[in-house]
Design a protein around this ligand. Sequence first.
Ligand code: NAP
Length: 279
Amino acid sequence: MNEGFRAACVIGWPAGHSRSPLIHNYWIRQHGLTAEYRREAVPPEKFAEFIGSWADSGYVGANVTLPHKEAALALSQPDDRSEAVGAANTLWLEGGTLRSTNTDVEGFIENLDAAAPGWDSGLRNAIVLGAGGAARAVVFALLQRGAGRVIVANRTFDKAEAFRARFGERVHPVRWNEVGGLLADAQLLANATSLGMAGQPELDIDVSGLPPQAVATDIVYVPLETPLLAAARKRGLRTADGLGMLLHQAVPGFEKWFGVRPEVTAELRDLVLRHIAGR
Ligand code: NAP
């Protein structure tokens, strides 16, 4: 192996759909690093074994995607974020110890900071649609950023209620049909369900109920302009799209593994967009 060569990978099952190799190899080329970012398709029953010998295979870091995010947490020493969210998506070695974090938290926040600066000033009520894995990162991120109240609406109400048990009293679980009546007093609306994604049902929320200074964000990024974002823009609201979150969540892992903090540029966005369109 070349002197100074470093490798990282995305571990998933399947791993073929991941856009992480595109993003990280773009930054590797941009910074002229002697490094490579690969895909590793690892079935659930082989994950622990793979992780056990992972560093011996020359890896300095990894992203972890479905269905391994909970197992990655259990097999590593998590930071506060991955512990709180209950899932890890980024692994690295620290003095021989396997550490983990959840960079969806940072990705969600940094994307809003970049696309809608000041979005968090006077953030009394944020509405989060969804109570799945990604919603956990979104809710944790909003609480950390100081949201007064995070209203969580989900088709399966029990899962929204479980968010209050996990994250505390600033979380208010509501039923899906209550959302319309809560929009007028919300400063942020975040879709963290898979609704609105290509091939999925539409999201049936009428954004005309939001105040004019509210910000709307969607973590779905195929299509880039989801029906929610299109309606919000039409209404003149500021928006942040899911592709921005995807790109920003990749930054901390790259920095940990390769020692350079990469930038989310328009060129990188175009590269990933072209890739999505080509599929
Ligand atoms: P997940 O754990 O499976 O959660 C899916 C969520 O969507 C649940 O709240 C689920 O409600 C809701 N949902 C699904 N179908 C629905 C329907 N027909 N009607 C109402 N609600 C429905 O998935 P996830 O990992 O959280 O991912 C959610 C989405 O976020 C995916 O599209 C994923 O690609 C995207 N994502 C984007 C990023 C990014 O960087 N931009 C990062 C992570 C995830 P129930 O609980 O009632 O089933």
